[in-house]
Design a protein around this ligand. Sequence first.
Ligand SMILES: [Zn+2]
Ligand SMILES: [Zn+2]
Length: 441
Amino acid sequence: MFRYAPALPALLLSLSLVAQPSGPDKKVADFVDRSLPELVTFYKDLHANPEVSFMEQQTAAKVAAQLRGLGFAVTENLGGHGVVGVLKNGDGPTVLVRTDLDALPVAEQTGLPYASQVRMKDDAGNEVPAMHACGHDLHMTVFTGVARTLTQFKDDWKGTVVMIGQPAEERSGGAIAMLREGLYTKFPRPDYALALHTNATLPAGKVGYTEGPVMANVDAVDITVRGVGGHGALPHTTKDPIVLAAQIVLALQTVVSRQTSPFDPCVVTVGSIHGGTQFNIIPDQVELKLTLRSYSDVVRNNTIEAIKRIIKGTAEAAGVPQDRLPAIKIREPYTPSTVNDVPLTRRLTGVFTRVLGKENVVATPPSTVGEDFSRFGRETPNVPICMYWLGAVDPKKAEESAKAGTGLPSLHSALFAPLPEPAIRAGIRTMSASVMDLLKK
Ligand SMILES: [Zn+2]
Ligand SMILES: [Zn+2]
């Protein structure tokens, strides 16, 4: 007994560093812990049964059933397989909480006992593998846990909660489809819109926050470089689109390096180039596929205009006839940048710190990935939005990879395997507390 006594103050000190929830937070934490085994089962079922974008029928039905069972007024099939659940609980503001529903056409290689074996038809009728490689199964599980928590502690808040299951996030069509079909007119218009996204570098149990721009404008661009084909032995009788495409790819590198301020983030990536069939044939055309990333709308527009100038000017310099100049198509809908409302994000960061402790709330740099959650903030008048990061990596694996200097499987990787329990717990506790703070009596 005695010989352990000197260590006691140190032990007490280390315990005091771990956030111990108190008051309402403790009540919620205990409830979440009691709900966790059932929610993890729900998570594993979602993980093993993914559905790709625009095909989320069974997934939407599962989410709708959870909300309906809790007493939400549920509408299904809004903007495809979108689900809307409304819970009115007296006078007060309206908070929207969003989960996405869709999975990716990736063949899972995690070896987990509940790994997906699913192959299914996509919306074009092609057979594809399916995997929740972006953590949307975690989002749905947290969402369900939040719905349970808000219902359980209805006496602690007042106002309206609109909980939505959004289809087709990965293809950037779901949010706009739900809005076009009346999400903000047929249902209570939110004063705030909240969401979280799985993070493949942050340890499970932590959350990350970013004030202002958190994710980028994303554009998918098709360019058809046209020329005049002919015999490979007689290039002077042709307008070679392969040489022209090569010049265009290099010239496009100057959009960021010479036409954009170093203080404005911008990415121009040519991800695909296809043209020609044989050694000795100069083809008629070459197809390029680009992804563009930016944060501001000005940079986005300038980038698109610069690309148009470059492709036209390079083709004209090569003597391509006016009726064969390159064609450009900016795909619709694009994904607008996600800009977190600063006062809202600061308020929620305070809530996260109270709930999880300072050591588990991490300032996170912005990313050039995209998310159509942004659309929920861009309606007129604007709705303040906040999307925060949910740590999902096994802390042991995160530590090992940091020591070894090796990377972890990223989102969309066939090897991405989140650690469910601590991630789900942190997600429900932070999101429930955020909603309850925005709707406090
Ligand atoms: Zn994704
Ligand atoms: Zn995602």
